[in-house]
Ligand binder design. Sequence first.
Ligand SMILES: Nc1ccn([C@@H]2O[C@H](COP(=O)(O)O)[C@@H](O)[C@H]2O)c(=O)n1
Ligand SMILES: C[C@@]1(CO)OP(=O)(O)OP(=O)(O)OC[C@H]1O
Length: 159
Amino acid sequence: MFRIGQGFDVHAFAQNRPLIIGGIEIPYELGLLGHSDADVLLHTVADALLGAVGEGDIGKHFPDTDPAFKDADSAKLLAHVFSIVKEKGYMLVNADCTIIAQAPKMAPYIEPMRNRIAELLETAPENINVKATTTEKLGFTGRKEGIASQAVVLLQKKA
Ligand SMILES: Nc1ccn([C@@H]2O[C@H](COP(=O)(O)O)[C@@H](O)[C@H]2O)c(=O)n1
Ligand SMILES: C[C@@]1(CO)OP(=O)(O)OP(=O)(O)OC[C@H]1O
């Protein structure tokens, strides 16, 4: 049996924060604001996985009112979410992700992100796709106020 899930997330840029996307720290003058490390891409992958298995969203599993998740490493949150997926008897078929950002340029970091997500989801990098797009200077992403991300995942019940 197959299950599909999708995730969407937004984080605002802020001063004095690291910019961590897809588990990779990217050199830039601004970081993203959040209760956790604000890794907008890993949050969308986690939400897509939770959606696929009917388990709500990351806010339900890791409330932003819980001090335990202050500045949390989203890679650890995603690994926990994937453990729920495995407990339910599913494996990842593939994930396709889009980062929506006017800046910085993501291209140099796409392969490291892909490899890190593959590692966290215990799959080959070929099963993970990470893309980036600007919004042609339109909207909040176009004004460089923040970054959005989307992800779609397909899961298959293990034999
Ligand atoms: N933050 C970004 C945005 C885009 N890219 C790459 O540039 C290509 C062109 O972007 P458009 O918005 O004009 O379609 C896009 O396909 C990405 O490869 C990027 O690296 N970082
Ligand atoms: C990840 C969590 C962890 O507390 O905090 P944030 O970094 O604020 O991220 P968000 O995408 O708003 O999701 C909710 C939270 O669960």
